[in-house]
Design a binder for this molecule. Structure first.
Ligand code: URP
Ligand code: ZN
Ligand code: ZN
Length: 448
């Protein structure tokens, strides 16, 4: 990767694309920031390295607020660490991402944060952290305000699923909201009703129904819908803003849309896999090994849900398209749960494909404009997570995190094609048009 210090770059002849509109201007990058924007005579900048962006878009670097690198699970850590995951992110045009501190029960937030910061310092891209709340008690409650005021961590993540390990219930979530909200915090929630899922898992296992596709049957759409409904009520009651991660259902999108109309401070996120894949991947006639890569939570939904999620993208119900990048190898990790679906580690990776897939299947399919694309993958997440004054826009003084986008590239996604270290690929065979041709992070050109 190039070194930003002392580097001067001039990006010429491209079309600058922002959430608000396009313009034909050049950009001067100096010392890691955007130092000037206008139409320049390049001979006036003999000291600059010039990047000719003729025929290309110039967009703010991607900002992915939802990834899990080296996430500990009983099947081992998710198989990208901060080094490999950040390389995959940069290759796909994401220059900043946010991961999570996931304290084990009994561990203080500060202790977990200290350790996670050591791991995340390996990232080659910009990287921020959200604080996970894996249990609720008086000492955790006392750490929330210091997290915000002394550690500059403003976002707290609660899981309503995974009740045996890191999940909490609605009552504890409400307590978290009442402490975090007034202190300026944002609460992110994995919305799947934990009790409903535990009940269904027990029933299936007792009946000997252990195959991979029971994962999806044990996590029905109703589990998400019920949780989103309740979380919105808790947000309205507490006044705490909430961010609903990885929304997978059309009804969930409806609830978020209505909450926004009602003036409740709710942000909506969905992911590429819910937009582009569906529950046909769980067909009982499929070989279980080919189902395992798609074991994610919430599971993939119906084709009808996919369409409704796209509607939510188009009408801005969703603020963000994230990846929830959390890959596990098929062999040796996912396969651990071959004979018990509850033991399959949940998650899949897509960090290097997020921009190309949304561009291809959103912009080129006329579902969203190129400006909405930039908003969804960069501008809006930067604003929501407190970096809107530095990232997500091509403005003077903003961080020089920039992507030169080649709209003419055509390719096919394959396993081993640069999306991290995973041995399988959920978007195998997908055609893409458009890619991050040159990626500039912190003012330096990223090269592998
Ligand atoms: O299946 C998923 N999404 N795994 C990652 C953890 C989470 O729930 O976001
Ligand atoms: Zn989740
Ligand atoms: Zn996640």
């Amino acid at each position: 990767m190039g070194n930003a210090i002392g580097t001067k770059l001039l990006i010429c002849n491209g079309v600058l694309v922002g959430a608000e509109g396009n313009s034909r201007e050049d950009l001067l990058l100096e010392n890691g920031i955007i130092a000037a924007r206008g139409v320049f005579d390049r001979t006036a900048f003999p000291e600059c390295t010039v990047i000719d962006a003729t025929g290309k878009y110039v967009i703010p670097g991607g900002f992915d607020p939802h990834v899990h690198l080296s996430l500990p699970t009983p099947a081992g850590n998710s198989c990208d660490d901060f080094r490999s995951g950040s390389l995959a992110a940069l290759a796909g045009g994401t220059t900043y991402f946010m991961d999570f501190v996931t304290p084990v029960r009994g561990q203080s937030l500060m202790e977990a944060l200290k350790l996670r910061r050591i791991e995340s310092s390996e990232s080659l891209a910009g990287c921020g952290l959200h604080m996970g709340i894996s249990e609720w008690n008086i000492s955790i409650a006392r750490e929330i305000v210091p997290c915000i005021e002394r550690q500059e961590i403003h976002s707290f993540k609660a899981y309503l699923a995974y009740r045996k390990s890191i999940g909490i219930g609605y009552d504890d979530l409400f307590e978290l909201m009442k402490v975090a909200g007034p202190a300026g915090g944002l609460v992110m929630v994995h919305c799947e009703d934990g009790a409903m899922i535990s009940r269904l898992q027990e029933i299936f296992l007792a009946e000997g129904k252990t195959r991979a596709f029971y994962h999806a049957l044990s996590r029905p759409a109703g589990a998400e819908i019920q949780a989103i409904e309740r979380v919105i009520e808790l947000s309205a009651e507490s006044g705490c803003p909430v961010y609903i991660v990885h929304t997978s259902t059309g009804k969930g999108a409806d609830l978020i849309r209505q909450a926004k109309r009602d003036g409740i401070r709710v942000f909506g996120e969905t992911c590429l896999h819910y937009l582009l894949l569906n529950d046909s991947r769980y067909d009982p006639f499929l070989d279980d090994m080919s189902v395992l890569p798609y074991i994610i939570s919430p599971p993939l939904r119906s084709a009808a849900d996919q369409n409704l999620l796209w509607d939510g993208i188009a009408d801005r119900t969703f603020d963000v398209v994230a990846t929830d990048h959390c890959p596990f190898n098929l062999h040796g990790q996912k396969s651990i749960g071959l004979h018990d679906f509850t033991k399959i580690p949940n998650g899949a990776g897509s960090i290097s494909h997020r921009l190309s897939l949304l561009y291809t299947y959103g912009v080129l399919a006329n579902k969203i404009t190129v400006n909405q694309f930039v908003d969804l993958v960069s501008t809006r997440p930067a604003e929501i997570f407190g970096l809107g004054q530095r990232k997500g826009k091509l403005l003077l003084g903003f961080d020089a995190d920039i992507v030169i986008w080649d709209p003419d590239y055509e390719g096919v996604i394959t396993a081993g094609g640069g999306n991290g270290r995973c041995d399988s690929e959920i978007f195998e065979g997908f055609l893409v048009r458009g890619r991050a041709e040159t990626v500039i992070v912190n003012g330096g050109v990223f090269t592998t």
